[in-house]
Ligand binder design. Structure first.
Ligand code: NAD
Length: 498
C-alpha cells in the first residue's frame, strides 16, 4: 500500500516505525498508509527549518513575495489533482473541494502583498534630531497543526503568510487526510522556495508534543477541536511560545418572524449540511423566534431535505459526502439517538442512510431535529455532522441569551428584514464572526478569522492583518546621530520634550 511520508528540507522522507491507515470514507476502504513521525523525524524538520532561516530572513521581501505569486499559479494549475486528493480522503464533493481551495488560495494572494504589509511605521523628529520606527521582524521557526476538515484551506491560512514574513515553517497536517496538504506544500519547491523553509511532518500526538516542547519553535498556530486547542495553547504558553489555537463551535442562526423564509431555507440547507456539517462555521442550530415561524421553517426544511443527494466526491450532482471515519459516523448517530432519548423530535432521520454502491461508506444523511432544548447533550456539544437542530424561543432576547450562554462563540447569523434588530444583534452578541442574512460569515482573506469564548485561545485571529502580526514581532528603533550643536549633558530625569 502507498505510504505517505514527510517533506523535510525539500526531500520526501519516510519513517516506517509507526503508520496509520488513510481511508476513502465513501467506500470505507483503507487506500493508503501514512507515516507517523517520531521525535527524531520532527527534530530533523525543525533543524532543516532552523538552518534555512538566516538566509531566508534576509531575502528581500519582494523576492519572497514572488515565490507566492508562482505558488498561486501552481495551485491553479494543479487544482483538479488537489480537489481529487481532498475528495478521496476527506469525502467532500469536488465542487466543495474547489471552493475550499479557492478560499485557501486567496490567502496566498493576500501574502503576495507582503512588501506593502511589512513596510512598518516611521516617525521623524520624535525629539531633537531623533527619528523612530517600528519594523516587523520574523520570529524564526514556527509550526502549524491542522484539522482534517479543510486539508487545503486551513494550512493555507498559516504558512503562506508565515513564510512571506521571513519565517521557516514546520506543518503537522491531519493524519486522516494528509495527501492534499502534502502535495500542495511540495509545489512550493517548484515555485522557487529554498529547501528547508517549508517542511511537513505527518503524525499524531507524538509529533505535536515534540513541536510543543522544542525550544527552537517560536510560535504555534493550531486549528482543531476545543479540548486539543486548550491543551496546545496551555502547553505552548508554558514552553514560552506564542500561540493561537482555534477550537470547535456551535453556530446558531436566529430566524426572526419577519425573515425571508426562501432565503432562510436555501441558505440553511447549504450551511447545515454542506461538507456533511464538518465545518467549524456550519450552522447547526436554528433558533426560531415564535412557533409560527418555527412550524413553517420545519415544514419547508423537511420537504427540501428529501431532495438532497448524498454520495461519493466524484459525482458532482451530489450535495455532500460521507463523514470522515466510521468512529465519527457512530458518534454523530449517537448524538441523534441522545436527542431523541432526551425528548426532541427527529423530523428527518439520516441514521440509516446507505447510498447504493457505497454501503460500507461512512454516511449519515441530512437530519432535522425539532424541539431541542439547551439541556440536551446534542445541543451542548459540537456534533460536526449533517444535523440541524431547531430550538424554539418566544423572543429575540431569549434567542440571544442562548447564544451568549453557549460555551462556543465562533460564528452566528440572524435572518431578518429589520435593520434595527440586526444592528442590535451584531453589537451585543458574544460571537467572533457574525452574519446578517449571511449563513457562513467566514471572513475574506484580507480580514481575519477567529471566534470568541472557547472557540479561540490566544489574542490574535488567523490570517489577514492578524496573521501578519502573529508571524512577526515588532522592533522599535529610536535613532539619533548627534551633531556638535545638539550635544547635551548627562540627564538623570526621564527624557521628555517638556
Ligand atoms: P482534532 O482536534 O482531533 O485534531 C486537530 C489536530 O490536532 C490534528 O492535526 C491532530 O493530529 C492533532 N491532535 C489530535 N489529538 C491530539 C492530542 N491528543 N495531542 C496533540 N495533538 C492532537 O480536530 P479534527 O477532528 O481534525 O477537526 C475537527 C475539529 O476542528 C472540530 O472541532 C472543528 O470545529 C474544528 N475546527 C475549527 C476551526 C476554526 O477555525 N475554529 C476550523 C476547522 C476545524
Amino acid at each position: 500500500m502507498h505510504l505517505i511520508g514527510h517533506l523535510i528540507n525539500g526531500q520526501s522522507v519516510s519513517d516506517h516505525v509507526r503508520t496509520q491507515s488513510v481511508y476513502n470514507p465513501a467506500t470505507g476502504q483503507a487506500i493508503k498508509d501514512v507515516a507517523l513521525a517520531g521525535q527524531q523525524t520532527v527534530e530533523q524538520a525543525i533543524a532543516a527549518a532552523e538552518q534555512a532561516f538566516p538566509e531566508w530572513r534576509k531575502t528581500p521581501v519582494i523576492k519572497r513575495a514572488r515565490v507566492m505569486f508562482r505558488f498561486k499559479e501552481l495551485l491553479e494549475k494543479n487544482a483538479d489533482n488537489i480537489c481529487r486528493l481532498i475528495g478521496e480522503e476527506h469525502g467532500k464533493i469536488l465542487h466543495d473541494a474547489a471552493g475550499e481551495l479557492q478560499r485557501g488560495l486567496e490567502n496566498v494572494e493576500y501574502a503576495c502583498g507582503a512588501p506593502e504589509l511589512l513596510k512598518g511605521e516611521h516617525s521623524r523628529n520624535v525629539g531633537p534630531g531623533i527619528d523612530s520606527w517600528s519594523e516587523f521582524q520574523p520570529l524564526g521557526v514556527v509550526a502549524g497543526i491542522t484539522p482534517f476538515n479543510f486539508p487545503a484551506m486551513v494550512p493555507l491560512w498559516m504558512y503562506p503568510m508565515a513564510i512571506v514574513c521571513g519565517n521557516c515553517f514546520v506543518l503537522k497536517p491531519s493524519e486522516r487526510d494528509p495527501s492534499a496538504t502534502l502535495f500542495i506544500a511540495s509545489l512550493l519547491k517548484e515555485a522557487g522556495l529554498p529547501d528547508g523553509v517549508m517542511n511537513v511532518v505527518n503524525g499524531d500526538k507524538e509529533a505535536v508534543d515534540t513541536l510543543l516542547h522544542d525550544p527552537r519553535i517560536q510560535a504555534v498556530s493550531f486549528v482543531g477541536s476545543t479540548p486539543i486547542a486548550e491543551y496546545i495553547y496551555s502547553t505552548a504558553a508554558a514552553n514560552g511560545k506564542r500561540c493561537q489555537a482555534l477550537g470547535g463551535a456551535k453556530n446558531h442562526a436566529i430566524v426572526m418572524p419577519d425573515a425571508d423564509l426562501d432565503n432562510v431555507v436555501n441558505s440553511l440547507l447549504g450551511a447545515a449540511f454542506g461538507s456533511s456539517g464538518e465545518r467549524c462555521m456550519a450552522l447547526s442550530v436554528a433558533v426560531a423566534v415564535g412557533d409560527d415561524i418555527a412550524d413553517r421553517l420545519v415544514e419547508r426544511m423537511q420537504a427540501e431535505i428529501q431532495t438532497l443527494k448524498v454520495g461519493a466526491y466524484s459525482d458532482t450532482q451530489n450535495d455532500f459526502g460521507p463523514v470522515i471515519t466510521r468512529q465519527h459516523q457512530q458518534k454523530v448517530v449517537a448524538y441523534i439517538d441522545s436527542a431523541e432519548e432526551q425528548g426532541a423530535t427527529v423530523v428527518v432521520d439520516g441514521r440509516q442512510l446507505q447510498p447504493k454502491g457505497y454501503e460500507e461508506g461512512f454516511f449519515v444523511g441530512a437530519t432535522l431535529i425539532d424541539r431541542v432544548t439547551p439541556e440536551m447533550t446534542s445541543y451542548k456539544e459540537e456534533i460536526f455532522g449533517p444535523v440541524l437542530q431547531v430550538v424554539r424561543v418566544q423572543s429575540m432576547e431569549q434567542a440571544m441569551q442562548l447564544i451568549n450562554d453557549h460555551e462556543y462563540g465562533n460564528g452566528t447569523c440572524i435572518y431578518t428584514r429589520d435593520g434595527e434588530a440586526s444592528r442590535y444583534f451584531s453589537d451585543h452578541i458574544l460571537v467572533g464572526m457574525v452574519g446578517v442574512n449571511v449563513p457562513l460569515p467566514v471572513p475574506v482573506a484580507y480580514h481575519s478569522f477567529g471566534g470568541w469564548k472557547r472557540s479561540l485561545f490566544g489574542d490574535l485571529n488567523a490570517y489577514g492583518p492578524d496573521g501578519v502580526r502573529f508571524y512577526t514581532r515588532r522592533k522599535t528603533i529610536t535613532q539619533r546621530w548627534p551633531s556638535a550643536n545638539l550635544r547635551e549633558g548627562a540627564q538623570f530625569s526621564m527624557p521628555t520634550l517638556n
